[in-house]
Design a protein around this ligand. Structure first.
Ligand SMILES: *Cc1c(COP(=O)(O)O)cnc(C)c1O
Length: 370
């Protein structure tokens, strides 16, 4: 009898985008995912992201060990690829030829890349003027039909829900349950790398799909005996977009961290469950705290992430400053996306850029060597 994986590789052979080789989260975590013999085993390089030990902030936070899970190393530069590979594979399996998402940017970049890989049509609804340039560039380069609407993310998501309800298009936002399934593989990777779950997980919260996914992943691994414990989950929203902290939706969410500028999270309940079942917390951090953590990661750790990702590190520095002791604890911060997505934000520190003629003496003087 052929093995399950060779049978599926054969049945998937006729499906666009199934010619890929390599590991990928679908192959590696097949038995934990909703994969059948008809699911194409897509792979564009997602998963197996690095877990990097902190060089400086670990000491300041006072923990035993601090790691950064670099989800920015996924092929489109954010964790969205983990959920998207599962959602697109299931859309193809179910016969869909087109996909749609509402996006603050990274979901559309990921959807556009997988659609290109698989030869699917992709439609993207984004809030006009509120998308980081790098993300829009990705969607455009991959050939997505991008529509910028006069409204925020929450309005875009409502429209996408309606359109995909009345037209034969698969919705690949995180309300698509396959997204959450794919994203939980990041928790598996952390346990596989550390040998157990960490004591704490710090994670930014926007639409709350990712915090929901991690909690599911840790929970499933513990149930299977692959982890002895589950982490306390510490979620962080931006202060101007903190509906879960406030306990009510935010009509006009505001924050520099566009990836978490969301006023009415689709996976609200999942985030609350992760918080309550883990004995963790969900708090807000200000844009100033986010930008401080953003530059500290870049300058003290060598990690260039986007502002939304820095929210969880801002949260770590804040709660420890306010008295939470992490002595003896292993902590993982999820670096959700790459700083290259949003160069305009990085360049706000342009004060550090010196322009000079191509002259040795002038350069030596400016560098303090003369
Ligand atoms: C999508 C995203 C988030 C927020 O994740 P949710 O699942 O919406 O909570 C955070 N950071 C980055 C970089 C993202 O792309």
């Amino acid at each position: 009898m052929p093995s399950a994986s060779s049978a599926s590789d054969r049945s998937a052979a006729a499906i666009p985008g199934s010619g890929s080789t390599g590991p990928g989260v679908l192959r590696r975590y097949r038995e934990h995912l909703p994969i059948t013999d008809a699911t194409p085993m897509l792979y564009i390089g997602e998963g197996a992201t690095p877990l990097v030990r902190s060089q400086r902030l670990e000491k300041e936070a006072g923990c035993e060990a601090l790691y950064f899970k670099l989800e920015s190393c996924n092929p489109t530069g954010s964790f969205k690829d983990r959920g998207m590979v599962m959602a697109v594979a299931k859309a193809i399996e179910e016969g869909d030829r087109a996909i749609m998402c509402a996006s603050t940017g990274n979901t559309s970049a990921s959807a556009a890349a997988f659609a290109a890989h698989c030869g699917l049509q992709v439609y993207v609804l984004v809030p006009k003027g509120r998308i980081a340039q790098g993300k829009l560039a990705q969607a455009v380069a991959h050939g997505a039909r991008v529509i910028a609407i006069d409204g925020n993310f929450d309005a875009a998501l409502r429209l996408a829900l309606t359109i995909t309800d009345i037209h034969p298009i698969a919705l690949v936002n995180s309300v698509n349950p396959y997204r959450i399934e794919g994203q939980k593989t990041a928790a598996f990777e952390i346990v596989d790398a550390l040998g157990d779950a960490p004591d704490y997980l710090f994670i930014p919260v926007g639409n709350a799909g990712n915090i929901t996914s991690y909690w599911r992943g840790f929970t499933e691994y513990q149930r299977l005996g692959k982890a002895q414990k589950r982490p306390r989950v510490m979620g962080f929203q931006a202060a101007g977009a903190a509906p879960i902290v406030l306990g009510h939706p935010v009509e006009e969410p505001q924050t520099i961290a566009t990836a978490i500028r969301i006023g009415n999270p689709a996976s609200w309940q999942g985030a609350v469950n992760a918080r309550d079942e883990s004995g963790g917390d969900i708090q807000a951090v200000s844009d100033d705290e986010i930008m401080s953590a953003y530059y500290r990661l870049a300058r003290e750790e060598g990690i260039f992430c986007e502002p939304a990702s820095a929210a969880c590190v801002a949260g770590l520095l804040k709660v420890t400053r306010e008295g939470l002791s992490l002595a003896g604890q292993t902590v993982v911060c999820v670096i959700t996306g790459s700083g290259l997505k949003d160069p305009e934000t990085a360049m706000k520190a342009k004060a550090d850029l010196i322009e000079l003629p191509a002259d040795l003496a002038a350069i030596e003087k400016a560098l303090g060597f003369a």
